[in-house]
Write a protein that binds this ligand. Sequence first.
Ligand code: FAD
Length: 310
Amino acid sequence: MTSSFRASAEALSERIKVSFEFFPPKNGDMETQLWESISRLAPFEPDFVSVTYGAGGSTKQPTMNTITRISNETALAPAAHLTCVGSDKATVDAVAREFQAVGVNHFVALRGDPPEGVGAAYQPHPDGYANGAELVAGLRAISDFEISVSAYPERHPESTDFATDIDMLKRKVDAGATRAITQFFFDNDVYERYVERVRRAGIYIPIVPGILPIHNFGQVARFSKLCGTSVPDWLARRFDGLEKDVETRSLVAAAIAAEQVNDLVERGIDDFHFYTMNRAQLVYAICHMLGLRGDGATAPRIQLDAQRTL
Ligand code: FAD
């Protein structure tokens, strides 16, 4: 290996930023898995770790508990997902203040899906925030939070065209959003074309690619259909016949995600958000391949306690 190659690999790892998304656990086993994943990935010193908010606020308390524990027991910066579906403004504001009280300065602000599920017609609460943009404005009125929002490289399923979709992103930015995180995608050309459209619309905040390592292709294919992400034929072919072969599937998944991320790096992207699904292994492998090394110096203080439940 030449010294110039080594130098460029080091320079690359210095400019790469990552963030990790987790969901709140439903039971003790899931909590153990979550905290093992957090403690494995923490040494990569993510920019932030976010915790999702279940449909219609269904996980408010578990999300709060997870955020509180991250805040109290680690050196990681927590970001709380917050949705406004089914609630009036005062209730959403009160939840935001509760998060603030346990150390949250960063929200991932989302409208959320209708209670009937993705695809059903969205009805805002009569006294609620009608969409992501209104929620961002509401949070901005409470405090000078860091606010991330969603972005959809293949359009949100409800939007009629890209202009409508990007207009909503623009409204969220005008209301105070500082970063957009994309829905997961598998075709980097789609992402690049989307970012070009966004820039042409005068939006200059970071559009951070959301990367989903594929733990279970069947599940991902079903979910992709619901949220409008296209699944290229080549991707299906790579998993074909591996339904019962977990080990090979995981090697294939790591290779696919590494290819995707490396290609994005070559296109100039250096900030990545990983949908971890509360599993560390694939994300760890990808971060390692990106040149990141957790030296442990800033590793969080985490005591894994299998007995503890939310
Ligand atoms: P908005 O930004 O308000 O709108 C999304 C799109 O819908 C717009 O771009 C536009 O195309 C269309 N639209 C909205 N209003 C109109 C209108 N009046 N007319 C025409 N088109 C319209 N869900 C959860 O429940 N919990 C989570 O923790 C969570 N985390 C997420 C994190 C990320 C990074 C992403 C990408 C999504 C997440 N979601 C989560 C899913 C999200 O709640 C759904 O995609 C939801 O359907 C839209 O929420 P939003 O904030 O993107 O909506």
